[in-house]
Design a binder for this molecule. Structure first.
Ligand code: BGC
Length: 531
């Protein structure tokens, strides 16, 4: 019978629960991400806020609206890029504390106290900067602390928090929108202090990641940090053994290329970087934020007049469907789940496109069928590409380049997030300068989902159950993504010596072959001795 639970593999020393709880706690940062991106659509509709902020008698102009919405994305994009130097210089944990406690909170303060547009816009920029930083630092912290057998579920919990943040934003906005005082927008904005306060308070007592400490050459501290995560004495042989592998892998990676930005574009790191950036770009191009940013208008045409009901429907499906994703990411693996999700998303988007286009706006039953398929699309997204894009990018890169590459892949997500938010009205709406696509826009999303199927098949390696160091070995040895499921880790990084053969560095495949040969000689002679 198939096993339906995720369990700690036998023989793993120490406890897994402290690292699991820490990973899940840090995932809370996703609430910042989801809430902050979700709250603005409601605020823009609040009468009190419009009266207070408008500089034109007719209200907030289109240009101002677009600036207020998109300035957040400018901030998140820059924040994601800035995450790399910060994470490498001051560490993952301190980086998170400063991004949340200072940068993000500064943005929240400015928005809360503002009674005119400029300050509000400045606040949106800083809050965005904070969210961008946090969105790259969280998967980094989680991947470097989580036990390998449940790493996907833990990083996936970050996505769950994003969906909960989006949901909370819809609820809080709805609760305050009718107020005729500044509480209408100040309450939803200021509530964000609560999320950041909880996160920062926890981070103050949490350990730095052992891998970052090894990278800094602070081996003693790395042992203490790993000891805290596994509830073992820092001098326990299991701790030493794990750190020896991390250190040896790091040294090996450094011996084949340095850790500069240029080195992110060399060897297998380049392949991984392209994979990660495309993965995040396709996550956005699958059309998810078309639904979260502009879905209201679309649903209204199908007869749902109350925007609140619409947001509750889409957000509930989004939150609930993330749970199967958290389980499936460890059962089906990253590659299988992304393939399954891309197929489901492509089919649903094409059905919405065809039904929406053929039926016309007055055919309510057909429009409702289209809405049902929008919800099915959200199910597939939330159960697969939503969490797995963050899981895969979190575990894809070697330690020396992890911060830099992860900041690039996260920036790619924000860049496409912005591009879609910005261009969608021009694509969908009628008007002289617009493409007037209407429901046909779903053909675009469906086509990108179809590309996502091919992309997953050709480029996504299965990384389930591997340590981050074994992921390096996987990329060093397996040339084709579709062969990656056959891979079994064989290298012991600690046994690699730095000697060069005939003035040439041995490839990872040669090293593996040598180590395997050695192991079989040792076991044969052990067998002979027994005889
Ligand atoms: C995406 C966001 C999206 C959210 C929806 C995240 O993984 O990066 O852009 O709004 O999922 O749940």
């Amino acid at each position: 019978m198939a096993k339906f639970t995720l369990g700690k593999p036998e023989g793993e020393a120490g406890k897994a629960w402290p690292a699991i709880i820490i990973g899940l706690f840090v995932a809370l940062g996703g609430v910042l991400f989801g809430y902050d991106t979700g709250t603005i659509s409601g605020i823009l509709e609040m009468e009190y806020w419009v009266d207070e902020m408008k500089t034109d008698p007719i209200g907030i102009t289109t240009g101002q609206q677009s600036l207020i919405v998109s300035i957040l994305s400018a901030g998140t994009f820059l924040g994601a890029l800035a995450a790399a130097p910060i994470a490498d210089m001051i560490g993952r944990r301190l980086g998170l504390i400063i991004s949340t406690g200072l940068v993000f909170n500064l943005g929240v303060v400015l928005q809360t106290v503002s009674i005119e547009q400029d300050l509000f816009i400045a606040g949106r920029f800083f809050a965005g900067l904070g969210v961008g930083l946090v969105s790259a630092l969280i998967p980094m912290y989680q991947s470097e602390t989580a036990p390998k057998w449940i790493r996907g579920t833990i990083i996936g919990a970050y996505q769950l928090s994003i969906t909960i943040g989006l949901f909370l934003a819809a609820i809080v906005n709805n609760g305050t929108q009718g107020r005729d005082d500044s509480g209408s927008y100040r309450i939803p904005v200021a509530i964000q202090f609560a999320w950041s306060l909880i996160l920062v308070s926890g981070l103050i007592i949490l350990p730095e990641t052992p891998r970052y400490l090894i990278k800094q050459g602070k081996d003693e501290k790395a042992a203490i940090a790993l000891g805290r995560l596994r509830r073992l004495d820092p001098h326990d042989p299991a701790i030493e053994e794990e750190l020896v592998e991390v250190r040896a892998n790091y040294r090996y990676e450094m011996s084949i290329g340095k850790a500069s930005y240029k080195d992110c574009f060399r060897g297998t790191v380049r392949k991984r970087l392209i994979t990660g950036c495309l993965l995040q770009a396709l996550q956005q191009l699958s059309g998810v934020n078309f639904i979260f940013y502009y879905g209201t208008q679309y649903f209204k045409r199908a007869g749902f007049q109350d925007p609140f009901i619409i947001q509750v429907i889409t957000n509930s499906v989004n939150v609930a469907s993330t749970f199967p994703g958290l389980y499936l990411v460890e059962k089906m693996g990253r590659r299988g789940l992304l393939l399954f999700g891309a197929i489901g998303m492509a089919v649903s988007q094409f059905i919405v496109a065809i039904v929406g286009t053929v039926a016309g706006t007055s055919d309510l039953p057909a429009q409702r069928a289209a809405i049902a398929f929008v919800c099915i699309y959200i199910f597939f997204f939330a159960a697969s590409w939503g969490p797995v894009a963050w899981v895969v990018t979190g575990e894809l890169f070697p330690l020396k380049a992890r911060a830099k590459c992860l900041s690039f892949t996260t920036a790619s997500n924000w860049l496409f997030n912005w591009a879609i938010a910005y261009s969608t009205p021009y694509l969908v709406d009628p008007g002289d300068n617009n493409a007037d696509l209407g429901s046909k826009v779903f053909f675009i999303w469906g086509s990108f989902c179809a590309i996502a199927i091919v992309f997953t098949y050709a480029m996504i390696y299965e990384t389930k159950g591997l340590t981050l160091e074994q992921v390096d070995e996987l990329y060093g040895i397996v040339g084709k993504a579709w062969r990656s499921q056959e891979f079994r880790p064989a290298v012991r990084w600690a046994d690699i010596d730095d000697k060069e053969e005939g003035g040439r560095k041995r490839s990872l495949a040669e090293i593996t072959a040598d180590q395997e040969r050695l192991r079989s000689v040792v076991s044969q002679s052990a067998g002979n001795e027994k005889v």
